[in-house]
Design a binder for this molecule. Structure first.
Ligand code: SF4
Ligand code: SF4
Length: 291
């Protein structure tokens, strides 16, 4: 298959992204801008450079190889003119100290499936391929081709989605998708807009569309203390789950601050601090949601 798409990571032997042992492909590009996103390099639909100044040994190789003159090394330090970057990766390839890393590579369906096939002996009947991101439905042709290719190899398939997509795209993926790992970040539309940049009407409508079609759904809830975990937030998620015909399991994803360092490396401004959850938070969340 010649279909290709933009991928920023691939994880083998995952136990947390659907049933069984799975290979997880992380597609780049997402319509939402969650303020707590722990993979901020997943959001843009183009390759992006991550720069770690503490690793730079000022060798000047990136200055020499970059065709777009993005890197400027002076006594004051190393500056990047990121808007000029074409994402070719030449500088990262030549940076032997590891100060530069390119997030986002074009990969073909065959390349991905052949890599996943290295794990297929461990899939058993439950495991298989999971498409995550970013948002897999943001690259629908690539996602559909990966799902079809996985089914042709008799693997189970899963999509981890924020649900913000044209309903026709979900309908297209439905025959090839065994499990939907469906993000519910917050049920309240105003809070959803504040924390993600978009309201959640389409997300909730799409969830009902999948539920009506008989999909296997697990709700995935990133919880951030003080932001989206009030009693009313939690009760609204519980009520939503209870209203679905499929009685979906709820998977709690506690906030962790891994994204903060990545924002600096991407040259992006820091975001509002969030507190790391403690045992008391986790117990309260479980009491509400994991009934
Ligand atoms: S190639 Fe890497 S180590 Fe050398 S100057 Fe560029 S960023 Fe620094
Ligand atoms: S990715 Fe390519 S265009 Fe961008 S800074 Fe590196 S060498 Fe230059």
């Amino acid at each position: 298959m010649m279909e290709s798409g933009l991928v920023f990571d691939l994880a083998r032997f995952s136990l947390h992204d659907g049933p069984g042992i799975r290979t997880v492909v992380f597609l780049k590009g997402c319509p939402l801008r969650c303020v707590w996103c722990h993979n901020p390099e997943s959001q843009q639909s183009r390759p992006e450079l991550l720069f770690s100044p503490e690793k730079c040994i000022s060798c000047g190789e990136c200055v020499n190889v970059c065709p777009r003159h993005v890197h400027i090394c002076t006594q004051e330090g190393h500056r990047l003119l990121r808007d000029s970057c074409a994402g070719c990766g030449k500088c990262a390839g030549g940076c032997f100290s590891g100060a530069l890393e390119l997030s986002g590579q074009i990969r073909t369906v065959d390349d991905i499936l052949n890599t996943a096939a290295l794990d297929q002996d461990y899939y058993g009947t439950a495991g298989g391929l999971t498409l995550s991101g970013g948002e897999p439905l943001f690259q629908p042709d690539f996602t559909e081709a990966l799902l079809k290719g996985a089914k042709a190899r008799h693997w189970t398939t899963a999509i981890e989605t924020c649900g913000m997509a044209n309903p026709e795209i979900l309908t297209r993926m439905f025959p090839w998708t065994d499990h939907w790992l469906y993000d519910i970040k917050v049920a309240d539309p105003e809070k959803h807009l504040r924390f993600t940049g978009m309201t959640n009407d389409r997300i909730l409508n799409n969830l009902r569309l999948l539920d009506d079609a008989g999909a296997s759904i697990e709700l995935r809830c990133p919880l951030i203390p003080g932001w989206n975990d009030s009693d009313s937030d939690l009760q609204a998620i519980r009520d939503l789950a209870d209203s679905l015909k499929s009685f979906p399991a709820i998977h709690i994803e506690p906030f962790h601050p891994f994204g903060r360092g990545k924002l600096e490396r991407l040259g992006l401004p820091g975001r509002e601090n969030a507190r790391i959850p403690d045992d008391k938070d986790m117990k309260r969340w479980a009491d509400f949601l994991l009934k």
